[in-house]
Design a protein around this ligand. Structure first.
Ligand SMILES: [Zn+2]
Length: 213
């Protein structure tokens, strides 16, 4: 009996017939499903078409949102092929700290990974537009995080309301991130930083900040 695994289903060959069993029916966890798929993926060398170098072919770095709609649409809409760009994803494409991991990624990109231009790309209908900390905190508490845990965060001096806050308008958020990069004392002034907004349905890009100016 040979077994073929797809991400969402098992195809089982048995007694000359093909049986499809949904992952849910087999009660595989998401992790088990992914690992089972991955095992076949590697053994069949399906990675071959995706092999590329660590330096971005187009010498660009994109900071964008984690929105699911952008997963394939954004690179297609920008004509970015596999290996062309460094992509840093963070909710709303909002850089909240000059010394956080997003800014660090950008600095590593421009200093060691041949990045020559940076694109900050927010999108319409983003979950971070109008997000208030209360919405997140209330839901998190419903999920079982208690007040004591929340208090411990305040006790560390974290400005939770500010940290968990989104942006008013998408353009405003993009400009804020562009300013954060441009004004960073360690960011080279000759690297253009552009700001754009993408439509998550059509892929249309609108310019907010032209980094060459
Ligand atoms: Zn978003």
């Amino acid at each position: 009996m040979e077994e073929l695994v797809c991400y969402n289903e098992y195809k089982v060959f048995f007694l000359g017939k093909t049986f499809s069993l949904m992952r849910e029916v087999l009660r595989l966890s998401k992790l088990e499903g992914i690992l089972a798929y991955n095992d076949k993926f590697v053994r069949r060398k399906e990675y071959m078409p995706y092999q590329t170098g660590k330096y971005p072919g187009d010498k660009i770095l994109v900071v964008t949102c984690m929105d699911t709609r952008l997963l394939e649409l954004l690179p297609k809409a920008m004509n970015i092929q596999n290996g062309d760009a460094k992509v840093v994803k963070t909710a709303g494409a909002l850089i909240t700290s000059p010394y956080g991991s997003v800014m660090r990624s950008i600095l590593v990109g421009v200093s060691l990974l041949a990045v020559e231009e940076v694109f900050v790309i927010g999108h319409h209908d983003c979950g971070m537009i109008g997000l208030e900390s209360g919405m997140v905190l209330e839901r998190i508490q419903q999920m079982g995080v208690n007040q004591e845990a929340l208090d411990s965060v305040y006790d560390q001096g974290v400005e939770v309301e500010k940290w968990l806050c989104g942006c008013g308008e998408v353009e405003e958020g993009v400009m804020q991130s562009v300013r954060m990069i441009r004004n960073h004392p360690l960011f080279p002034s000759n690297i253009p930083v552009h700001g754009l907004v993408i439509d998550p349905n059509t892929g249309k890009l609108d310019e907010v900040v032209r980094g060459y100016e």
